[in-house]
Design a protein around this ligand. Sequence first.
Ligand code: SAH
Length: 189
Amino acid sequence: MDEKLQQFFSSLDRSRFVDEPYKALSSLDHPLPIGYGQTISQPSLVAYMTEQLELNKKHTVLEIGTGSGYQSAFLAEFSGEVYTVERINELSKKAKKRLDSLGYKNIHYRVGDGTLGWPEHAPFDRIMVTAAPSKIPEALLDQLAPEGIMIIPVGPEGWQELLKVIKDRHGSVSERKLLDVTFVTLVDK
Ligand code: SAH
C-alpha cells in the first residue's frame, strides 16, 4: 500500500463511523452493521478499493452508497471533490455529521437512487460503488469520464466480483476482475 494511504488508514478511527455496541469491535478487520440492514466493509478492503481507484487531488469522484461515510473519508482525503449518493436519508445525514466533524468540506451529499448517478455533476474521473448491482448501471458508465476508473462489485446477492472498469480516452470500456467479494445489494427500482 502507498505510504500516504497507509498513514491515513492507520490514523482514521473507524469507531467514529459505527454506533454502540459495535464501537468496541471497530478496530477489527471485519465488516460491521451500520443499521437499516446495511454494513461497512472491512477496513483492509476499503483501503484496497481506494488504492485501485488511483486517485489524485484533481479528480472529481462519484460514490454510490455513502453508508457510514467511512469510505467517503478516504475519497475526500485523496481526491478533489466527492459527490456521494445514498438512498437512506438517515444514513446520509449521520455520515454528513461525522464527516463535517472531521473537517471535510469537499464532500457533497445526495439522497436518492445511485443507479442514476448524479448527472448534474458528471462526468466523473473516478466512480466508487459500494453496493452490488447484478450488472453495471448504464448511467454510471455514461457518467465516467474518458481515462476514468470505476471500482464496482457486480453479481447476485451474497457473492460478487469486484471489477475495475476503465474507460480509455476514446471512450472504449474494458474491465478486469480484482477479487471475489460480498456487498449488500444496490437497490434498483
Ligand atoms: N461505503 C459505505 C458502506 C456502504 S453499504 C461505508 O463506508 O460505510 C452500501 C450502501 O449503499 C448502504 O448504505 C445502502 O443503503 C446504499 N444503497 C443501496 N442501494 C442504493 C442505491 N440504489 N442508491 C444509493 N444508495 C444505495
